[in-house]
Write a protein that binds this ligand. Sequence first.
Ligand SMILES: *Cc1c(COP(=O)(O)O)cnc(C)c1O
Length: 240
Amino acid sequence: MVDMTQLTDRMQEVERRIAEACERSGRKRDDVHVIAVTKYVSLQTAEEAYRLGLHHLGENRWQDAQRKWEAISGPEAEGQNGQAVWHFIGSLQTNKAKDVIGKFTYIHSLDRLSLAQAINKQASQLAIKVPCFIQVNISGEDSKHGLPPEQVRDFLAELRNYPHLQPVGLMTMAPYETEAQATRPIFRALRQLRDELNEQVALEQPLTELSMGMSNDFEVAIEEGATWIRLGTILVGKEG
Ligand SMILES: *Cc1c(COP(=O)(O)O)cnc(C)c1O
């Protein structure tokens, strides 16, 4: 059973902390969007989170997300759940693009041209334009996906060849730190990279978004300019 009180309590607590981080850093609350990452929880909890108003839902594997997507946004759910917006936040295999594109509105893990090509192909068949975040490996850890920062500029230029893909910003994952403040340089570097790219690369539309900050470090990410924070454990919990 989902403990609804617990879910509303968590939502209120997270909301309070977001508001405080915005206030500390002189940011508008409306400029920070929350993605509820439901990858650790049951379908029932994901539905409850949606019903309680968490309309941006994040998943990192299509195999695990499919049941939730169908229940919340599939043909049978139509009408009731029209406001759900799905974010694909995990690394995406090129052969999975056909499953995900058209269902997930945002892709947060664009990190190679073969994937851009696969997304573009699928999006072109559906006659849609897919907003994408370029994932950047700021920390340089081997375990992290994403482009090295120095390659993002050329990558962005190449993306002009894929008109069904709209680069909207950058995404990164900070290494887990027991002290959240230690992640600050990572988030700051992502923001600086975004600002530099907007100056250096002639883009149709500037990169406005920064997808950064998770349960452990979202307040620091907000202070450094996050526009999308991706919250799993602290917001919807972790089950099983
Ligand atoms: C799992 C995941 C999250 C959420 O993690 P929590 O620490 O539980 O908030 C955020 N972003 C990505 C890319 C993830 O894979």
